[in-house]
Design a protein. Structure first.
Length: 372
């Protein structure tokens, strides 16, 4: 379906030639939801420095669209940018109340058609299967569509952006547990889900990895039921970076080994096998310390280097003060040799369950399009 404000008169984006470009395609900009303390979480002071580092790196190369709670929140962010000497070139603000800051998951997924015209898909967001508050976050894509005058398509499917990986040529890569999930899409079969993804993302070929669902993925602090962006990422039409560890005692080892076997058997839309490049998990893992009945409990997090953002001229890679940080940056740099790789310290962010890719959403460049 298309929102009433849209001039598109067909039932799905694919019928108008829309598709989701690969992340490394040219960007118009990147969207961020700025951390705030207006809802149940207390994030702003803990995380704001990470958003400032992202803006500083991104706005040199592309627009940065910042979602803030209200005018007071916007003025605070402006004062922070000024204090840290970050110019306002290619930065703008949108006043949209949010529950949280995981823009990748609740924000819009942008499409282009064959004429280079953009559109928005507004998937149903239910807080990662009713884990967390989501009513404000679920409204964000539709509000953005109205603010920047784009057609808004509303697929009949619960889907988070971190569960979506495409090569821009028609192949979709994802995990079953994060999409074909009774807490997200009860009663929908894989065939039904694939048809919706095909209609609204313009894909026609699917590579499914097993993933890990509730209970299992909770062991390593993953609330997403194994989003693909913490498992494997396309870096080209047929090349995939996949997370790996040789440590068989790591609780993720069996899952990653299963995924490696599935990727070896996979083929792209053109029938070609994948070129697979291993990306190490942080050595010995990244842990968070949380209080429990007066004690401190150290638990493993879902930290991975694959939670990066590819932008114009740069790749923002999460780093953790880990011995494998430089090794991971080098591997990613080899995949994107025409971009500067910038490490962003994400320890504090990862304690909340994510990293760079989770809190960013790219808007592809559209010839002749300019937002209001």
């Amino acid at each position: 379906m298309v929102s009433e404000a849209s001039s598109v008169n067909v039932s799905s984006p694919r019928e108008s030639g829309y598709y989701m470009p690969a992340e490394w395609a040219l960007h118009e900009g990147t969207w961020l939801q700025w951390p705030h303390d207006k809802t149940d979480h207390i994030h702003q002071l803990k995380l704001e420095h990470i958003w400032l580092m992202m803006v500083e790196a991104l706005h040199v190369h592309e627009n940065v669209h910042i979602i803030v709670w209200d005018e007071e929140h916007r003025d605070h962010v402006l004062s922070q940018l000024k204090y840290f000497g970050i110019g306002l070139e290619r930065i703008d603000f949108y006043l949209i109340p949010t529950d949280d800051f995981w823009t990748r998951d609740n924000g819009p997924i942008f499409l282009l058609n064959q004429d280079g015209q953009p559109a928005i898909t507004d998937w149903i967001f239910n807080g990662w299967g009713d884990r967390y508050a989501y009513k404000l976050d679920n409204r964000v894509p539709g509000i953005i569509g109205k603010n920047i005058s784009l057609p808004v398509y509303t697929p009949p499917l619960v889907l988070e952006g971190g569960a979506v990986e495409v090569n821009g040529k028609g192949t979709f890569l994802g995990t079953r547990t994060s999409i074909i999930d009774p807490c997200r899409n009860p009663g929908k079969s894989q065939d039904e889900i694939e048809q919706i993804l095909a209609d609204y993302l313009g894909v026609d070929h699917f590579i499914w990895l097993t993933g890990a669902g509730r209970g299992e993925c909770d062991i390593w602090g993953d609330d997403t039921d194994s989003h693909i962006d913490i498992i494997a990422r396309f870096t080209g039409d047929t090349t995939v970076l996949y997370n790996w560890t040789d440590d068989e005692s790591d609780p993720r080892y069996q899952m990653l080994n299963k995924h490696y076997q599935e990727l070896q058997e996979a083929r792209t839309e053109s029938g070609k096998p994948l070129t697979l490049v291993p990306l190490p998990l942080p050595k010995h893992g990244v842990y968070r310390v949380t209080p429990l009945e007066g004690k401190k409990l150290s638990t493993l997090t879902d930290a991975t280097y694959s939670n990066y953002l590819v932008a114009n001229g740069v790749v923002l890679v999460p780093v953790f003060g880990n011995v494998y940080d430089e090794r991971a940056k080098k591997i990613i740099s080899e995949q994107f040799p025409d971009r500067e790789v910038i490490g962003i310290d994400c320890v504090a962010l990862n304690e909340d369950g994510g990293a760079i890719h989770c809190v960013t959403q790219q808007q592809p460049f559209a010839p002749g399009y300019k937002s209001d």
